[in-house]
Ligand binder design. Sequence first.
Ligand code: AAL
Length: 422
Amino acid sequence: MHHRLYSFLLLLLVASAYCEAQDAFPYVLPDEKPEREMSSAMHRFYDQWNGNAFESNELFSTFKYTPVTGLDYCNDDGSISRRDPSKVLKIDGTYYVWYTHRDTKSKPQGAKKCNETIPSYDWDLCEIWYAISTDGFHWEEQGVAIKRSKKPEPGHRSVSTPDILQWKGKYYLYYQAFFEAPGLSGGDYCPVTVAVADSPKGPWKTAGKIVLENGKEGEWDQHAIHDPYPLIYKGIIYLYYKSRFDKQANPKRIEQSQGLAIAEHPFGPFEKHPLNPVLNSGHETGFFPWKEGIASMTSLNGPEVNTIQYAADGVNFEIAAITEMMPIAPGPFVQDAFANNGDGRGITWGLCHMNVGEHHGYSHCILARFDCDLSRDFNRRIFKKQQTRYTPEVFFKHGLDEQSMKAIRAKTKKEEDTVLNQ
Ligand code: AAL
């Protein structure tokens, strides 16, 4: 009996000592980090999130989407696709955008069935076209900017995924130049090349050489060089790009990641940054000058998926905000993409692409507009609200397929594992 009494008294003593040490966390959040025992989450709230309300985090935003008008998709029969829009430029009051344009009688059929007229994937047998707009909602297609080249020139199979640089009065289009159908070999052999023009309407003269080559065997970016994205930063050309680690890795610890290559002239030579990869996540990543550094819209893949990140030096990115339903393949309107003034103001809209159909490689894409508030010059509260709720239709659209449903209902664990762990 005595033993129990002693234990109870001891427990009471410890509990009361502890309770005297601190009261419950206060109802009114202290502005400054309080001097008290705290959980790691509350340490993080003050240390990583500066004790700030997410609404006042200038690099936090949600996104709203609007269909763009003026572009025909042949009743969505899959023969016409527009995807991977460049940054949007505003020149003499007119907006310009360049993008991957596919117009093939057949839908993509995969690498095994592709031929000179049947594309392997949505970005195969493509050209680079452009469109103009006065309001960013209605666009008028102008036609081809860069055609496929003739064998054996770079891009004779397909040219895709352009982005634009304005440098010393001239315009430069960087793009993936496919020497073979995407998906044929282990990777995509589509190193980056560039074309130059005196006017955004062209005519474009290709450099006729590769300016950013795949990494060597064994290097992180040996698989492919995708999504060239030039900015002018610190007076020179910062060309961000995507690549991916070992495609066969199991488990995939990092899939897509972003690199950086720097040059003093648009035709290069481009030096890959020694700290590459500079992002451990993302897919087609949008970048924009922010204060004295560079911010990124990191979506689709990786441990840091759906984040807005910031690098005060343009290289070492840190998570600045976590968001959701980010634009895919964003081509933001970046007013100061080439201002090089160390005072990046941010973005409020741009174009992106949306896959029409199940598999992103076999379906066609449409261009769409996104709006947001990732700007130091606005405070649009409609973009600072969280708790985006989706209708049941949206949730159930992302449902179990028949096979998975069957496996889950299966009696045998083995059957479930084979299907659900593919
Ligand atoms: C896109 C981009 C690149 C890839 C393919 C077309 O989303 O990542 O351009 O090559 O997919």
